[in-house]
Design a binder for this molecule. Sequence first.
Ligand SMILES: *Cc1c(COP(=O)(O)O)cnc(C)c1O
Length: 362
Amino acid sequence: MKNIEGKVSELLRPEVLALSAYPVQDSTGLIKLDAMENPYTWPRAMVDEWLEDLRSARINRYPDPTADRLRSALRIANGVPEEADLMLGNGSDELIQIVLMGLGGEDSVVLAPQPTFVMYRQIAVSLGLRFVGVDLNGKDFSVDMDAMRVAIDLHQPKVIFLAYPNNPTGNAFASDDMVGILRIAPGLVVVDEAYAPFADATFMPKLREFPNLLVMRTLSKLGLAGLRLGFLVGHPAWIGQLDKLRLPYNINVLTQQTAEFALSKHAVFDAQVECIRRDRERLATQLAALPVEVFPSQANFVSFRLLENDAVEVFERLKQAGVLIKNLSPAGGLLRNCLRVTVGLPDENQRFIDALTEILQR
Ligand SMILES: *Cc1c(COP(=O)(O)O)cnc(C)c1O
């Protein structure tokens, strides 16, 4: 075909052409502190037991389409209220996509406080929906409730996403503000609890009170990012409809069986989470001794603003020193000159602190 580019731009929707792909940094050979992964592996005996368990996996067959056993195990592990329904996604990213596909329509608005998880905007735009971001308060990244009320009133969003705790700022919004938003929202409110294992707060029990609330979680940050498994909890009236948009067999045999196995070993993950929470505090304290502003975090990462140095330059120098973190500065706005570091193994954190200290002293 001649002029293939012309054909491509003629056939694809303009919003697709305008998108940039979700950026993933090359981490080859670097200490990887950029993506909120759990740095801990499993004890040798547990790996052996898992591999033995997988002998029974029937990969010639389609997976259980409703993954009933896994869903029961997730309900118990996450304190899901009995009267709520639960559906699974290939990562919570897929669930965001399913919710937004269901709410479609060209005039539909998706709203979220910002800065926040970039996939809300990315998926909304990819589906031709309008995304409205409402700036958080610059001082402490709390919700600007006045701005929120105005935006909700003006745009009548079909769905509001609240990352709780928020990525990339690390804070959990005030529960009163969240409830205030649930009360005035004309549509759905999705509370995204990707960092629930590292936080002390959850909206799971509030599902009884608010029929327009959906709670979303994932196993990614807990230590199973490679599996791709997220879940969405809410009133059966919502979940029953949204589940029709889920592609059949979206959760593969290996993921179902491995997740069930992992949930049966929750003590191992609980212990890892404890270490990560402890090291998060240590990391924040060490950062606070440097010329940076550290933002309090209830997640498995710490974000901070450089006070005397340029974030882009510091980020590049850290990479040269073998440490990969996330440069938030290109997003601009409230993230100007900010960086985000995921809590790694204790010696990885120390390597990061040492490298950063040296860079900032130069
Ligand atoms: C990492 C993250 C997700 C993505 O989770 P997956 O289940 O891996 O797709 C969702 N929401 C927030 C706020 C995140 O930070």
